[in-house]
Design a protein around this ligand. Structure first.
Ligand code: NDP
Length: 272
């Protein structure tokens, strides 16, 4: 359920999985005004929905209409995927899980030192999942101190891992011991030239550099990190994998990620 229902690449990607696997399922995008959210969830229950995704501004307010939460969604306090289990609507958060799955293609986060730029919804989802997956330390670099410190306290108190907030300064130097660097801000969305303004020469070839931005996927950060020999992960991997996990949660079947990625790229092409 989204508030704005204009052209949605997620629909193309998930419908492609249903078609490819011969599932007679439908994934539809609907616009729901905040005041109607409770009625919409009751409607989904009444109509036997197996689940739904929800985007901003519903990710937090949907919780009061659900029967329970998965572990990471409870820690984050945000839901983007609702799954019917034994007739109960359970809220999950697949954003961070999608990131983890994308990351698994190149490394295991266990014991790793991570730098996350951003402290909004995407950063929160990624940092909590990395912490639950055993990352050793997560530095949060965020412009606003209050959001940065809030995420750090969630990581320290609820995930029980080492975490610190660092202010975002022009020319920020990525610490030498970072294994994984993630841009989880909106910088780069629809703008391939947008730069984080960090000191790019501090990116080392041993680092994995990931970006949440899927449109365009080859962001300034991804291109610069690749040029320095880093292993890179674009935002499409995270987006595809959160879709893969959603389909698996709803249907119990592991869909073909390559089919979903192709459908996603096809639906995004005209915009980059
Ligand atoms: P939020 O609005 O919750 O957070 C935005 C974050 O970006 C904040 O930390 C904000 O800092 C920071 N930020 C924005 N502009 C600047 C700037 N000019 N300089 C420094 N920091 C800045 O957004 P979300 O976390 O929900 O989404 C962030 C991005 O992640 C979006 O572009 C979205 O498209 C993408 N995304 C990708 C997904 C995928 O599957 N690939 C899934 C979910 C999101 P501050 O706190 O100081 O305002």
């Amino acid at each position: 359920m989204s508030q704005g229902a204009a052209g949605n690449p997620t629909v193309a990607m998930i419908e492609a999985a249903f078609v490819h696997h011969g599932l007679h399922w439908l994934y539809v995008n609907m616009e729901v005004a905040p005041a109607d959210l409770g009625d919409a969830v009751r409607g989904a229950r009444a109509m036997g929905y197996r689940g739904f995704n929800c985007s901003m501004p519903h990710k937090i307010s949907v919780i009061e209409h659900l029967d329970g939460l998965g572990e990471s969604a409870a820690i984050m306090g945000a839901v983007n995927c609702v799954v019917r289990r034994e007739n109960k609507f359970i809220g999950e958060n697949t954003d961070g899980k999608g990131f983890l799955r994308s990351l698994a293609s190149v490394t295991d986060p266990q014991g790793k030192s991570v730098v996350v730029f951003g402290a909004g919804g995407a950063a929160r989802a990624i940092a909590v999942e990395l912490g639950l997956a055993g990352a050793n330390r997560i530095l949060i670099v965020n412009r606003s101190e209050s959001r940065g410190l809030n995420l750090v306290s969630v990581l320290r108190e609820k995930v029980k891992i080492q975490s610190e907030w660092l202010p975002w300064r022009e020319g920020f130097a990525v610490p030498d011991d970072a294994d994984i660097v993630v841009n989880a801000t909106s910088i780069g969305l629809y703008d391939a030239q947008a730069s984080l303004g960090i000191n790019l020469s501090t990116l080392r070839s041993s680092m994995i550099v990931a970006d949440v931005i899927g449109n365009p996927p080859r962001t300034h950060l991804i291109r610069e990190a690749e040029a320095r020999g880093c292993t890179v992960l674009d935002g499409l991997g995270m987006l595809v994998n959160q879709g893969v996990i959603g389909v698996w949660f709803w249907t119990g079947m592991e869909p073909d990620a390559s089919v979903m990625r192709s459908a996603l790229i096809k639906s995004l092409e005209p915009t980059y």
